[in-house]
Ligand binder design. Structure first.
Ligand code: AP5
Length: 217
């Protein structure tokens, strides 16, 4: 199954991606995670992406598209994938469509996680991420048993640089100006499915799985 998750910053894409990918036995491909990994390792890709990410702007398409094109050609993505954070604008969506068509493939479904801006700010201001395994937590809504320590692997939790209030607001503007256009783009393609992404994490996962099963080939 080939799935795209779309929704504003903090909608829960990364949180749901980790559970959905595991349920569907497909790899989760998160462009944000790949960029952050490259930034922390100081690679050339990380150096190109870092300033854009710190401002909350999109990394230029040529950089992002080259990275995703490489990732989609890896063995584990041949039978399907779940994309989290890509595409992020219409040119990226057009490129993905052409890329998949060139491999005799297409997306099955684009799942939109619907939440309002107030909830986004509540979620992002309490987000904590594990430095070792990448698991996402929330200081209030989904806290680990020991503060600042990942229950899964014992790694240290950190707060993302782009989760400061001003940057959150800018990321929401960027979402409205560029990414929200994808909602009508994929609705026109007939593969958009929106779900209410509020409520407990496991209930959102159940809702998402029920929705995705309707699109399984
Ligand atoms: P990216 O990492 O993709 O950030 P984003 O889209 O802004 O999304 P977030 O990761 O902030 O939120 P999320 O929806 O994954 O929410 P999460 O599950 O963590 O991108 C970062 C940057 O990289 C971009 O700004 C850009 O610079 C660059 N980039 C990435 N892709 C790009 C592209 N394609 N093109 C160009 N540039 C690109 O949840 C948030 C919090 O809420 C967590 O604490 C979680 O525990 C909590 N939570 C989740 N679900 C619930 C729930 N149901 N109830 C209560 N709390 C919940």
């Amino acid at each position: 199954m080939r799935v795209v998750l779309v929704g504003p910053p903090g909608a829960g894409k990364g949180t749901q991606a980790q559970f959905l990918a595991s349920h569907l036995s497909i790899p989760k491909i998160s462009t944000g995670d790949i960029f952050r990994d490259n930034v922390s390792r100081g690679t050339g890709l990380g150096q190109r992406a870092q300033a854009y990410m710190e401002r909350g702007d999109l990394v230029p398409d040529e950089v992002t598209i080259a990275m995703v094109t490489d990732r989609l050609q890896e063995d584990d993505a041949q039978a399907g994938f779940l994309l989290d954070g890509f595409p992020r604008n219409v040119p990226q969506a057009e490129t993905l469509k052409k890329l998949l068509a060139g491999w005799d493939n297409r997306l099955d479904v684009v799942l939109e996680l619907v939440v309002d801006d107030d909830e986004v700010v509540r979620r992002l201001s309490g987000r904590r991420t594990c430095r070792r395994c990448g698991r996402v937590w929330h200081a209030t809504f989904d806290p680990p048993a020991r503060p600042e320590t990942c229950d899964d692997c014992g790694g240290e939790l950190f707060q993302r640089d782009d989760d400061r209030e001003n940057t959150i607001r800018h990321r929401l503007e960027v979402y409205q100006q560029q990414t929200a256009l994808l909602i009508s783009y994929y609705a026109d393609e007939g593969i958009l499915l929106g779900i209410d992404a509020t409520g407990p994490v496991d209930e959102v996962t159940d809702r998402a799985l029920a929705a995705l099963r309707r699109f399984m080939r």
